[in-house]
Design a binder for this molecule. Structure first.
Ligand SMILES: CC(C)(COP(=O)(O)OP(=O)(O)OC[C@H]1O[C@@H](n2cnc3c(N)ncnc32)[C@H](O)[C@@H]1OP(=O)(O)O)[C@@H](O)C(=O)NCCC(=O)NCCS
Length: 163
């Protein structure tokens, strides 16, 4: 009988992999999204390769099903973008989504991303999906009306090689 994997094994493994892969210049930062009471709602990832020269990040996100469709996906991506553009000095953000993923495409459209091509991808054997790609230069970002409060930035920036 194989190992009885649990969700926490899988997510824990993913988090370890992100930590192990991260180093100055090439990194994955995973933000957790929580209610004021501390309940976990989802995650907003920011990924960069060769950041010092390219000043480019990509993002990915997911929310618990009962937290979707209430505007939180837009808010959390906007928060990540304010951090990367205003605090880390990023110049471009990219993202992608399957062509059927209306909520993800909606978030990108609302925040000002522009289409940047597409690709055929195979997420699992026998399945072909159309991936739509998007690009957001800093000056095109449709900023939120609220202000982002950032804590612990200096230590993070030093580790990420952006200080
Ligand atoms: C993708 C995801 C993070 C978006 O977050 P969300 O909170 O659900 O999205 P929002 O409520 O901020 O909606 C953003 C826009 O998308 C559109 N939208 C949302 N749900 C939609 C739906 N079911 N159908 C069509 N459009 C939809 C809306 O137009 C909305 O814009 P509006 O405020 O002008 O109406 C979230 O839905 C999710 O976690 N999905 C599952 C995981 C996933 O697909 N991750 C992305 C991988 S690329």
């Amino acid at each position: 009988m194989g190992h009885p994997w649990t969700l926490s094994d899988v997510t824990g493994g993913l988090i370890w992999e992100c930590w192990l892969r991260s180093q100055p210049e090439d990194w994955v930062v995973m933000f957790g999204i929580f209610t004021h009471d501390g309940a976990f709602l989802g995650a907003q990832d920011v990924v960069a390769t060769g950041f010092r020269d390219l000043r480019t990040v990509s993002t990915a996100s997911w929310l618990r099903r009962d937290a979707q469709g209430r505007g939180l996906g837009t808010e959390m991506r906007a928060a990540a973008l304010v951090w990367v553009f205003d605090h880390l000095g990023a110049e471009v953000a990219t993202t992608s989504a399957w062509d059927w993923n209306a909520p993800s495409l909606g978030v990108s459209r609302k925040l000002g991303y522009r289409p940047n091509g597409e690709a055929r991808r195979s997420p699992r054997p026998g399945v072909v999906e159309r991936e739509l790609r998007f690009r957001l230069p800093r000056e095109s970002f449709r900023r939120p009306e609220w202000e982002l409060r950032v804590e612990g930035h200096d230590a993070a920036a030093a580790f990420l090689g952006t200080a």
